[in-house]
Write a protein that binds this ligand. Structure first.
Ligand code: TRP
Length: 596
């Protein structure tokens, strides 16, 4: 027997499933069952190839529970059927047909979460806070039909006295404006942003024919067995870096491309061809990259983008701006504002140690530079709706409003007018952004607003994640000591970490290794050498010998240890030579110097 609270729980659960798993809301509800003891069951048709894993389902429940906590109004509208279909497509329908003679639909609407046709006599609480939470009981997945059955228990909120309303009556009395087609758009495709030229919806979690689930956002990187980068290119709508593009680049710069480009570590781009077109015509671009200062000690993964940016600055001989998002880390982490600011200064020393040209490089903290950035930030903020931001970044109603406003801060440096002094007042200088692929959502948003601001879209070149010592599954974390090698580690620590913690793709025994060889794809010593051993011939030799069993894991580890000790020592020396005066000068708002 359906109860108002149970019906609400089902509606919120449906919205959360759509949001997290990313299937269209329309026509996907197959069945609903209410049982004793506040138990409800929802069966939906998904586009998943396999059963969603636990962490994804926990995310669904978390998103649903955030909606209850957010105390959103549950609204009802009577909408003429043709008008509804025109504005919302099939979004409000369940699997079963609404009989043709029904010409006016009664729809339930929870902002940003669900739009659903309901029976006129159905009863619902008028606010999501009537339920305090749902708890996951069990799930079943039918692979052949892609059907997911989710059973949850809902807990009514005894503290809230939320009136229960009848759908038709509430709709008749409702004087509020109907939700716009734009507001509904993210629901139609699951998550997503409408009107982005080069990006299909940006799923915070997605699944496709590969049957692999992965979550890649600026804050979470998670996947079952290694990130599927081809899938990311497809999901994000970026371009793979082709051999032609590499050859073209080499011709223009008159030297070989960086080994990381040739090895597919920098693997994806947006509009790099355009950037090269302009460069050939003598129109210079500037480079923009950044760092979120959340820890004192950087690990090797943090250095990569800067090492690469340094190469770009050298070969294209162009100005560079580096953003320290102390504001971002304050909003996301449990850190004091002063601490984030200080960490930015500390990290700047590591960045300077990469060897950037002081005349061509401006490093800034958001906190310090905000007055210069703010006009551009405002221009961007005005052009991105809450719904769009939520679609791109997966914000929920319980995220603080600082987070929701932040993306414009990271977007603004993509436009040269945010650097009136450093970039000599050039209003529309093209911009190239080297970054890890997880930062792409910011720049999809940026590229969407650029034409409306009558400015060039920034171009991008994306790199893969640097794998953790324990294996490919996630990027390294600054907080998990033994997953990473730090720029501050001693020779001894490096040796110990690699020998003890680096995941090996070699075989269990010497005999087996000699016979079968190592699996290079999962072998961390080899994968790390792909990043840090610049000698192509030696890398090739190791690949051949190690995969055929001629080399053993211990030997490859030894080679890696040597490479890393040298790299880290070199970094430590360079960093020690960075003075406070140099930091000040890099961060001074001043005109950069470069040759056109
Ligand atoms: N958000 C990034 C981080 O947390 C920092 C950043 C700011 C950045 N602007 C950028 C990274 C531009 C790449 C490109 O690390």
């Amino acid at each position: 027997m359906a109860t108002p609270h149970g019906s609400l729980a089902i509606n919120v659960l449906k919205g959360a499933l759509v949001k997290v798993l990313g299937f269209p809301t329309g026509r996907s509800t197959i069945g609903v069952k209410h049982s004793e003891g506040n138990k409800v069951r929802l069966t939906v048709k998904t586009n998943l190839e396999s059963k969603p894993n636990d962490s994804l389902m926990l995310k669904v429940i978390e998103v649903a529970n955030a909606q209850f906590r957010a105390a959103l109004p549950v609204q009802f509208f009577n909408v003429p059927r043709d008008e509804a279909e025109k504005a919302y497509g099939e979004c409000m329908y369940d699997k079963f047909e609404v009989p043709a003679e029904i010409q006016t639909l009664t729809v339930l609407y929870i902002d940003g979460l669900n739009l659903n046709c309901v029976r006129p006599e159905a009863e619902y609480p008028s606010n999501t806070s009537a339920v305090s939470e749902i708890q996951l009981k069990k799930i079943k997945f039918q692979t052949s039909k892609k059907q997911l059955e989710v059973q949850v228990i809902f807990v009514p909120n005894s503290g809230a006295s939320v009136p229960v309303v009848k759908a038709l009556q509430a709709a008749t009395e409702n004087t509020a404006a109907k939700p716009s087609a734009e507001a509904i758009a993210p629901l139609v495709t699951g998550t997503g942003m409408q009107g982005v030229d080069d990006a299909p919806p940006a799923p915070s979690a997605s699944n496709d024919g590969g049957g692999k689930k992965q979550v890649v956002t600026p804050w979470v990187v998670q996947s079952d067995d290694g990130v599927d980068y081809n899938k990311l290119i497809k999901d994000y709508g970026s371009q793979p870096i082709s051999d032609e593009l590499i050859q073209r680049m080499e011709k223009i710069i008159g030297q070989p491309a960086h080994p990381w480009i040739k090895r597919g570590i920098y693997f994806s781009h947006r509009d790099l061809n355009n950037m090269l077109d302009m460069y050939e015509k003598g129109i210079k671009f500037y480079l923009y990259t950044g760092r979120g200062p959340s820890s004192e000690a950087l690990h090797l993964g943090h250095l990569l983008p800067f090492m690469f940016t340094k190469w770009l600055q050298d070969v294209f001989n162009c100005p560079l701006v580096i953003q320290l998002t102390d504001d971002e880390k304050f909003l996301w982490k449990d850190l004091a504002l002063e601490e984030c600011h200080r960490l930015g200064y500390e990290n700047t020393k590591d960045i300077i140690a990469m060897g950037f040209d002081i005349k061509k490089t401006f490093i800034f903290s958001d906190l310090d530079y905000i007055q210069h950035l703010y006009p551009t930030v405002l221009e961007i903020q005005k052009r991105v709706t809450f719904n769009q931001a939520r679609g791109i970044f997966g914000f929920t109603d319980s995220d603080n409003i600082g987070k929701q406003a932040f993306p414009a801060m990271q977007a603004a440096p993509s436009f040269s007018k945010a650097f009136k002094i450093p970039l000599k007042g050039l209003k529309n200088m093209p911009c190239l952004i080297p970054c890890a692929i997880d930062q792409d959502p910011y720049f999809r948003m940026t590229r969407d607003v650029a034409p409306r601001m009558k400015l060039h879209k920034p171009a991008l070149i994306h790199c893969k994640f640097f794998p953790a010592l324990q294996g490919q599954n996630t990027k390294m974390s600054a907080s998990a000591q033994n997953t990473a090698v730090y720029c501050t580690d001693t020779d001894k620590q490096i040796k110990k970490k690699i020998n003890k913690h680096a995941f090996s793709g070699g075989q269990e025994t010497l005999e087996l290794q000699r016979e079968l060889g190592a699996n290079l794809d999962v072998d961390i010593p080899y994968q790390w050498l792909r990043f840090f051993l610049m000698d192509d011939d030696r890398l090739e030799e190791i690949a051949t010998k190690y995969s055929s069993g001629e080399m053993l894991t211990g030997e490859v580890k030894k080679e890696l240890i040597g490479v890393l000790q040298k790299l880290v020592k070199n970094h430590q020396e360079k960093r020690a030579a960075v003075t406070d005066e140099m930091v000040k000068e890099f961060m001074r708002v001043r005109e950069l110097e470069w040759e056109d």
